[in-house]
Every structure is written in C-alpha cells, then in structure tokens.
Design a binder for this molecule. Structure first.
Ligand code: TYD
Ligand code: MG
Length: 516
C-alpha cells in the first residue's frame, strides 16, 4: 500500500498485487484471484517485493491457491499474539538515510567459524533464517551448537523443540558440552504459545525446530501443510522483525528432494542455509541458497563427530580420495566462494543391459554431465553412448562450478578406457561444446592448494598456464579435451577391447598414448 503511494507515477510497468498473498493480477479485482481475499489488491510497480516474485514464479501461486484465504484473514485481521510484537511501538517510521546506523557491528559472530563464514560474518539481529536439509543430516545438532554459542556469550536463547522431548534435547546438548545458563528449552508446537512464552522470556534469539511441526490457529490443515508452514513462518517473521531478534527455522527437505516445506518459505526469509552430505559419511557441507546479508558462494565444511559438528580446518582433505591413482577417479580444483577446494570426482562406465543406458549423477547437474558425455563421444571419440555412466562427487558435495568439467571428462574417459590417471595430478578447466578447454576464475589459487596438499602435476587451461607457474607444481597446459586425455591418462591397462596388452603400472608422468 505504501509503495503505491510513494512510487513515481510513470514507473512502468505496473500491476496489481494482493497485500495478503503477494499474488499479481493484470487489473484490479474486488477479490484476489489467487487467494480469494477481499479488497486486498493494490496498484504497485510490477517489480515488487519477494512475495510477489515468488508467486509470479508459479510457486507462490500454487501454494496460495485455495489455501491463501486463511492467510489473508490472518494478515488483515486484528491478530493474536503475533501482532503484539508489531504493536509494541516497534513499527519503523521513516528516517533520513544518512542517520541510519550501520549495522555491521550488530552482527553476532557465533565463533563457529564455518557457520560464520556462510552467514556472512555472524548472525544478524532481526533476521529470519531457514535451515534446510535431509532428515538426520544434523540440522538440530547445528542449531543446538549455534544456540550454545550464542548463550555462552550471555545471550538468552529460546530453543523451541517440536520434534523431540525435553530429555532427548538435553541428552543431545550434553554430547555437545556444558549447557550454558542462558539456553532455554520449550517443547511446543503451537505458535501462539511459543509467542506467548517469548513475550515473557524476551529471548535474544529463537530457534524453531522444526517449522513442519509448527501449528497456528491462523492456518488451516495439519502441521506440515503448506498453509500451516507459511502461516507459522509469517508469525515468526513478525517475531523476528517486531522484536528485532534472529529467528532460525529448521525445515526438512522431503524425500523426493522437492523441498516442499523450505521451498514455500524461501521467499519469506532473509537467508536459506542448506546442510548437505551423505548420511553415512561424516562430512557435512553448509551452503547458503539465499543470503540477504552475505554471499551465497561460501561453503562451510563440517565433520559429524561424537560431540557434534566439528569445523573442518582443511576442507580439501575432506573431499580427497586415496592418493593411489585409480581409473575413474580424478582430483579437480574448484573455487567455492573465496576458497579453493580439491575434490575427488568419480566415474564408472559399464556396458549397459538396458535399451536406454542409465545416467546416474550424484553431485553434478545431470544436464551438464549429458553435455560432457556428448563432447567426449563426438570430439574425442570415446564411445559412451551405449554404456551406463555413473558419476559421483566424493563426500556428498554438490559441484556446480564449470571448472570441474575437465575432471569429469577425464574421469569418465579413464573409466571407459581403463586408463590410470597421472599420479599426483589435479585438473581444472571448463569444457566447451567444441571440446575446447576454457578459462576458469582464480586458476593460481587452485594450483597453490594442490601444491599445499602434495600434488605434483596440474592440467590447466592453456590460456592460463602462465598464471599457474611458480608453485612447484608441474603445469601441463591443455587446449582441448583430446589433448587433456593424452596428457592426463596413462595407457590402457588391459586389452579388453581389442588393443594390445599393456602393463597395469603403466601410468606415465608425461603425455601418454592418444586416447582416441
Ligand atoms: P540431527 O541433528 O538430529 O539431524 P536432523 O535434525 O537434521 O534430523 O542429527 C542426527 C544424526 O547426527 C544422528 O544420526 C546422530 C548424529 N549425531 C552425531 O553423530 N554426533 C552428535 O554429537 C550428535 C548430536 C548427533
Ligand atoms: Mg532434527
């Protein structure tokens, strides 16, 4: 409503937006076509807030459809406990921009370095954060550690447990170390009760574990339903903004990976952190899918130990395989945020017993893999179209950096042709459709990381070879995929496909035989 009044008259294009659900309409209606609330449409520039963007992307539309009426009522109604925070005189009024205090100092570092890195330096008061991840991955553990860290600084933290009983939470907390006095537990799922208690306790931070168990009278449906999740999150949004305290919402990713709960909330919150990893391995990666207060490039690396999540000082080591060369395993150098990381990528190519060969991809974008396989087949002449191809990133990491391309290509070719990679080698480079190896950002930092971890050879894009010198690593410049195979892989180990038999230990430091 405010924005329609202060927006410049001519700012095109304009649309009508529902103040209840954020739904967009091309013209004015008495009733919102998205959420069916009455008299909620206002005129505003088409590029509106995140709520509107969410619904234009289709997600909000679906989420709001049919169920949004409850939300409209809740937002425009006089409200229950939730409104109290807003009515408590904390509603902001306009201030001259130059009088705005810089809040950089208002960040609260948690002292958990890997977490601070992802948060962008610490917790921002008044922010609403979502922490998503598979069940059992360690979200509750991380939140409890965060709560402990804040409470140790003397900040009153309210941990709202909706999934576990009080003794269970205490047992877990004891594994993590001494329990600070300022850490409070509330086993409650009803949002109104939580807000009531929060009004009494006046905590400095709140953790809600989990938002899927939260239930509010303002919503309809069972806990975990879209309406309940959104309504509850809205209530906690009011708490965060009204009371100026950080609120952390824990959200499960559903089985099929279509983050039903967290996804609905992504546009509402200030930051979305995902905790990833393979359940039966100890490495956990925390990454920000969205962060209004920091970069989304940074990774936090943890290892799940007996006493909670430990920060991993040497992130690269967590993702490295054994140092013995194996066919199908290549170490790639990537840069995540400001940090170079060495990661082992693996591929397995087998002859397929299916009419349509399988492509199973873990940790890569499957379309990217399809593209790389096509390049390998067409530009290098390595036949993979009739085989099943499995690709994997060690440690459950997800790699979307193009610098990993060259490593994936080498890993697939290495497995397909049973050729050992050069010992002590890393590779990086983006691979183009013509098979050319293209530049990546920060090549030198990748080579420096390789040197630090004892690697001796680096396959790098030819155009960047000069930048990579000087670290005591042998630089092998490659201009295209074919040259990379020749330089990075040894001869075939067995004569399985009609070639001459070659010794298994035949991996060479220099260029091997032609891969075609
Ligand atoms: P949890 O935090 O409950 O996961 P989530 O909240 O994401 O569902 O963590 C569950 C797993 O972590 C469980 O298998 C036990 C393990 N764990 C440890 O290995 N060490 C610890 O110190 C703790 C607290 C948990
Ligand atoms: Mg949990």
């Amino acid at each position: 409503m405010k924005s329609s009044r202060i927006a410049p008259r001519k700012a095109p294009p304009r649309g009508f937006f529902c103040t209840a659900c954020g739904g967009e309409s091309p013209r004015w209606f008495g009733q919102c076509p998205v959420c069916s609330s009455w008299n909620t449409l206002v005129e505003a520039p088409a590029a509106l807030g995140p709520a509107a963007r969410g619904s234009r992307g289709g997600r909000g539309m679906r989420a709001g459809g049919g169920e949004g009426a409850g939300e409209g009522a809740a937002r425009s109604g006089s409200g229950g406990a939730r409104r109290r925070w807003v009515d408590s005189g904390l509603i902001p009024s306009p201030v001259p921009l130059r009088d705005v205090e810089l809040s950089a100092s208002a960040r609260w570092p948690t002292g958990i370095r890997e977490l601070d890195r992802v948060l962008g330096g610490g917790v921002v008061p008044g922010s609403l954060l979502l922490v998503g991840g598979d069940p059992g991955i360690g979200k509750s553990t991380l939140m409890l550690q965060l709560s402990r860290a804040l409470a140790r600084e003397g900040r009153k933290v309210l941990y709202v447990a909706g999934e576990e009983s009080a003794p269970q939470v205490r047992l877990r907390a004891e594994r993590l170390g001494a329990i600070p006095d300022a850490l409070f537990l509330l086993c409650e799922t009803e949002v109104e009760s939580v807000l009531e208690q929060a009004t009494q306790l006046r905590p400095d931070a709140v953790v809600v574990d989990s938002i899927q168990t939260a239930m509010t009278a303002e919503g309809t449906g069972a806990p975990g339903s879209v309406t309940q999740v959104r309504e509850s999150a809205l209530a906690y949004l009011d708490l965060a903004k009204g009371a100026g305290i950080p609120v952390f919402l824990v959200g499960h990713v559903t089985k099929d990976g279509a983050v039903a709960g967290p996804r609905v909330l992504e546009h509402m919150v200030d930051a979305v952190l995902y905790l990833e990893g393979e359940r039966y391995h100890d490495v956990r990666v925390l990454r920000a899918a969205k962060n209004r207060f920091g970069s989304t490039d940074e990774l936090g690396v943890f290892a799940m130990a007996e006493d909670g999540l430990r920060e991993v000082d040497d992130a690269s080591r967590a993702f490295l395989g054994e140092s013995v060369p194996r066919p199908g395993a290549i170490t790639v150098g990537v840069v995540e945020g400001a940090r170079p990381l060495l990661v082992e990528v693996q591929a397995l190519v087998t002859s397929s017993s299916f009419a349509q060969p399988q492509r199973v991809t873990n940790g890569f974008d499957s379309k990217r893999i399809a593209l790389l396989l096509a390049v390998l087949e067409k530009r290098v002449g390595v036949r993979v179209s009739h085989g099943d191809v499995f690709t994997n990133v060690a440690g459950g990491l997800t790699l979307d950096e193009p610098g990993a391309d060259l490593g994936v290509l080498l890993a697939v070719a290495s497995s397909r042709e049973d050729r050992l990679p050069t010992p002590g080698m890393i590779a990086f480079g983006e691979v183009g459709l013509a098979g050319e190896v293209r530049r990546v950002r920060q090549p030198a930092s990748r080579v420096r990381e390789a040197a630090r971890l004892g690697f001796t050879v680096a396959l790098v894009p030819q155009a960047q070879a000069a930048e990579c010198e000087g670290f005591g690593v042998t630089i092998v410049p490659v201009s295209d995929a074919r040259a990379a195979l020749a330089a990075g892989l040894g001869p075939r180990r067995v004569a399985a496909r009609g070639g001459a038999a070659v010794g298994a230990e035949g991996a060479t430091e220099g260029p091997g035989e032609d891969g075609a």
